[in-house]
Design a binder for this molecule. Structure first.
Ligand code: CMC
Length: 438
C-alpha cells in the first residue's frame, strides 16, 4: 500500500491535450510527480540520464536532505547513531526497522557467531587468485559463490531470508579479512565467537602466528563509527544496482555481489582509495594543494578531486564531518603526532573551499575524503578501503533489497530510452554498398 499522500495535480499540456499528473508528498515534505501512467496516457517517456530527477519508489529506510546536510536512518540522525550505537545495532535497525532490545541484540549477535565461518572449500578459492587481485573483485566473486553453497536459500520463505541475512552480514566480514590475508600472503585467521563484530574483524585482519593481536578499544570504536557512516545512503549507485538485480527476483547473494561491483567504481565507493592515492602522489611529487585544485578545475585534464562533490549534498556531507573527527582521533591515538597526509588533506579542503569553482558548484568534501585516512591509521591498506565501505554498506543493501521485495508497487526494473541509432535498413542493401565482393 502506498504511503505517500496525494496533495494535488500538476498540469501537462502536450499536442493539444491537457493531462493531470498527480503530485505526491513524502513524510519529510519531498514532492514528486507521479508519472506511472505517463506513457500509457501520452505516449511519452521521460528523459533523465543518470536518473537525476527520478524517484524509483517509496522507501522508509533512509532520509537525506542534501541542502541542509541531514542524513537519517529510520528517523535517527547519523551523528546520534555514530555516537551511541554499535555497527551491529545499526545493521539491525536498518534490516528490521527498529533498534534492538538487549535480548534481540544478543540473538542477532549469536546469529553472527553461528554463521561467521566459510565453508572450507571456499577457503581454497582464495588460493587461486593472483597475488595482485583486487580485494573488491574477490569480494564480489565470493559473495555470489555463497549462493552455490546455500542454494536452498533461494526460496522466498521469511525464515530462509533471515538466515541469509545473518549469513551475509557475518560472512562478508570473514571474506573481507581473508582477502586481506591473501593479499599479504599470510595464513588466514578464523573468526572467534568470543569477540564482537568489529573486534572479530580486526582480529582476523591483524592476528598472525607471531603476533598475538589484541583489538584496541579506540580503533574498534572508530571502526564501528565508520561502518555506521557507510551503512546506507538511499538510492545511490550500488543500492540501485542491488534493487535492479533484485527486481528480476535474483537471489540476495547475486544482488549484493552486483552491488559490490557497482561500489568499486572511483566515482562511488572506489573514491576512498583514489583520495589516498592522490594525496600520497601529491606529497611524493611535491604538488601543492593549489596545483591539485587548479588541475581539478581544468576540464581538459580529465582529473577530479576525489572525495569532493555529491549528487545529493549541496552542502557539507554530514558523514564527512563525523569522519574527519574520527580520523583525527585515530591518527593521534595511533602515532601521537601529526600525519603529513592529514595536514595536506586539510589544506586541500581549505584551498578547494575558498575557490569559486567549488563554491559555485557546491562541491564539498564527501564521506570518502576522510575515511581513507582513518582506515590507513588503523593499518588497513589502501586497496582494502572500498572493501571497508562494502562491509559498512551491506546492511543498507540488504534492507533496500528486502523493502523492494515486499513492495507491491515495485516491478522489474526496465527503463525506457530514446533511440538515436540508424533507421530501418536491410542487410541486402548494406552488402550492395560494400566496396568488395566475398
Ligand atoms: N572535482 C572537480 N569537479 C567536479 C567534481 C570534483 N570532485 N565533482 C563535480 N565536479 C564538477 C563537474 O565537472 C561539473 O562541472 P560543470 O558544471 O562545469 O560541468 C559539476 O561539478 C557537477 O558535477 P557532475 O559530475 O555533473 O555531478 P554528479 O552529481 O553527476 O556527480 C559525483 C557526483 C560524486 C560523481 C562527482 O561529484 C564526482 O565525480 N566526485 C568525485 C568522486 C567522488 O568523490 N565520489 C564519491 C561520492 S560520495 C560517496 C559515494 O557515493 O560513494
Amino acid at each position: 500500500m502506498s504511503l505517500t499522500k496525494k496533495i494535488g495535480d500538476a498540469r501537462l499540456t502536450y499536442d493539444g491535450c491537457d493531462y493531470n499528473i498527480p503530485v505526491l508528498e513524502g513524510t519529510e515534505g519531498e514532492r514528486a510527480l507521479d508519472i506511472q501512467s505517463l506513457r500509457k496516457n501520452t505516449g511519452l517517456v521521460t528523459f533523465d540520464p543518470g536518473m537525476v530527477n527520478t524517484g524509483v519508489g517509496e522507501s522508509n529506510i533512509t532520509f537525506v536532505d542534501g541542502n541542509k546536510g541531514i542524513l537519517r536512518y529510520r528517523g535517527y540522525d547519523i551523528e546520534d547513531l555514530a555516537e551511541h550505537c554499535s555497527f551491529l545495532e545499526v545493521a539491525y535497525l536498518l534490516v528490521h526497522g527498529f533498534l534492538p532490545t538487549p535480548s534481540e541484540y544478543n540473538a542477532f549477535s549469536t546469529q553472527m557467531n553461528l554463521h561467521s565461518m566459510l565453508h572450507e572449500n571456499m577457503r581454497n578459492f582464495f588460493a587461486l587468485y593472483p597475488d595482485h587481485a583486487h580485494p573488491m573483485a574477490i569480494l564480489s566473486a565470493m559473495v555470489v559463490s555463497l549462493s552455490t553453497f546455500y542454494p536452498e536459500l533461494e526460496t522466498e520463505m521469511t525464515e530462509a531470508i533471515d538466515i541469509t541475512v545473518a549469513r551475509l552480514l557475518s560472512k562478508l566480514r570473514t571474506i573481507a579479512a581473508f582477502s586481506y590475508k591473501k593479499y599479504m600472503g599470510h595464513p588466514i585467521v578464523y573468526p572467534r565467537s568470543d569477540l564482537r563484530y568489529c573486534e572479530n574483524f580486526l582480529n582476523m585482519m591483524f592476528r598472525t602466528p607471531v603476533n598475538d593481536y589484541v583489538p584496541d578499544p579506540v580503533v574498534t570504536r572508530a571502526l564501528n563509527q565508520l561502518l555506521i557512516l557507510h551503512a546506507d545512503h538511499e538510492q545511490n549507485c550500488s543500492t540501485s544496482v542491488v534493487r535492479a538485480v533484485g527486481s528480476s527476483r535474483a537471489n540476495l547473494y547475486a544482488s549484493i555481489s552486483a552491488g559490490v561491483c557497482a561500489l568499486w567504481g572511483p566515482l562511488h565507493g572506489g573514491a576512498n582509495q583514489k583520495v589516498l592515492e592522490v594525496l600520497e602522489d601529491a606529497i611524493k611529487t611535491g604538488t601543492s594543494p593549489k596545483a591539485l585544485v587548479e588541475r581539478a578545475k581544468d576540464k581538459s585534464s580529465n582529473f577530479r578531486l576525489f572525495g569532493f562533490g555529491h549528487r545529493v549534498y549541496k552542502t557539507y556531507d554530514p558523514r564527512a564531518r563525523v569522519a574527519s573527527k574520527i580520523c583525527k582521533q585515530v591518527i593521534s591515538h595511533a602515532s601521537g603526532k601529526d600525519d603529513p597526509l592529514l595536514d595536506y588533506a586539510q589544506e586541500l579542503e581549505a584551498t578547494a573551499m575558498a575557490d569559486s569553482y567549488f563554491q559555485d558548484r557546491h562541491l564539498y568534501p564527501n564521506v570518502d575524503f576522510y575515511t581513507g585516512l582513518a582506515y590507513r591509521a588503523m593499518g588497513i591498506p589502501v586497496n582494502m578501503f572500498t572493501v571497508m565501505f562494502a562491509i559498512g554498506r551491506l546492511p543498507g543493501w540488504i534492507a533496500q533489497w528486502l523493502e523492494q521485495r515486499d513492495d507491491e508497487i515495485q516491478r522489474i526494473v526496465r527503463p525506457r530510452q530514446v533511440y538515436v541509432g540508424p533507421e530501418s535498413r536491410t542487410v541486402a542493401e548494406t552488402i550492395s554498398q560494400k566496396p568488395y565482393k566475398e
